[in-house]
Design a protein around this ligand. Structure first.
Ligand SMILES: [Zn+2]
Length: 149
């Protein structure tokens, strides 16, 4: 997605958890603890993948996208389908997305990545000025918007 920014990748942490599991330092009950809410979100808003669950290896993983941010008001903390995100990104200035992988077979779940979406990411982008200092333009834009409140 074009406005995706400040991406944090959690694959290292995930590999660490899987290593701990293989070494027997944690049990599957510690890592396969998806809540009923998370599993429902996976069923109704999840994005199917063709990647096998690293624990049970019998089900494919489902990705759940949770959204957070002041502008979302009562929708904050809800799961959204992947197709809804670009629409939100065009209407909101900024919101946080947390991507969680879930196995509906064994309840394995882990945070995959987080990133910011929203119109703020488009400031100074493709406006043809080229040499403009993007950080400066962003700062000015932010101050102007805040002054309007
Ligand atoms: Zn599984």
């Amino acid at each position: 997605m074009r406005t995706q920014r400040q991406v944090v990748d959690y694959s290292l942490q995930k590999r660490a958890v899987l290593r701990e599991l293989l070494a027997g330092r944690v049990g599957t009950y510690d890592v396969c603890d998806a809540s009923p809410y998370l599993k429902n979100a996976a069923r109704f808003h999840g994005e199917p993948t063709d990647r096998r669950c690293p624990i049970c290896r019998s089900e494919n993983l489902t990705l759940v996208h949770y959204i957070y941010g002041d502008e979302l008001k009562q929708s904050a903390g809800q799961a959204r389908t992947l197709t809804e995100l670009p629409v939100l990104a065009m209407t909101l200035r900024e919101f946080q997305v947390f991507v969680v992988e879930v196995c509906l077979g064994c309840d394995w779940n882990h945070l995959v990545e987080q990133y910011l979406l929203g119109r703020d990411g488009l400031v100074g982008d493709g406006d043809g000025t080229g040499t403009q200092d993007a950080a400066g333009a962003e700062g000015v834009g932010r101050r102007r918007r805040e002054a309007q409140r």
